[in-house]
Design a binder for this molecule. Structure first.
Ligand code: FES
Length: 149
């Protein structure tokens, strides 16, 4: 699943017109410095075009996105540490989903809905845990006996 949620009104976004620096601190605390080229946006079909989730997926940086990036969960919760003013405003739907996230801060956003416009460097942190840690089972451990048949 991917793309946008047809049940929520279009979120106003302004895509970057010039390259900008995006720093991502991943769940393990590793820092990734990326130069985002506006010509490459959108990378794929993960959340809003140019969203932090879209960028993470394109650069191999893990960011959970249980709903596929359609603003219907809170697994893509991030903290925007710097450059928040250059990002689109959170919609009501995004704020509603964020209420479900652990470690909620004034800097909290959903990675699939947060789109920097490129007018300043942006730095984000991916929290180490969130409410949706009970993920879909992956691999044999999470399978029931019926699944293995
Ligand atoms: S991936 Fe579900 S809200 Fe962002």
């Amino acid at each position: 699943m991917g793309g946008q949620n047809p049940y929520i009104k279009d979120t106003e976004i302004q895509l970057p017109k010039q390259p900008y620096e995006l720093t991502i601190i991943d769940e393990q605390g590793a820092e990734h410095k990326l130069m985002i080229d506006p010509k490459k946006i959108p990378y794929d079909d993960h959340g809003l075009p140019g969203s932090i989730l879209d960028i993470c997926m394109a650069h191999g940086i893990e960011l959970d996105h249980a709903c596929g990036g359609v603003c219907a969960c809170s697994t893509c919760h991030i903290h925007v540490i710097e450059g928040a003013a250059s990002c689109n405003e959170a919609s009501e739907e995004e704020d509603d989903q964020l209420e479900e996230a652990y470690d909620l801060k004034s800097s909290s956003r959903l990675g699939c809905q947060c789109v920097p416009n490129g007018t300043s460097p942006v730095k984000i942190r991916i929290p180490t845990w969130n409410r949706n840690l009970a993920r879909e089972p992956h691999g044999a451990e999470g399978m029931t006996t019926k699944d293995k048949e």
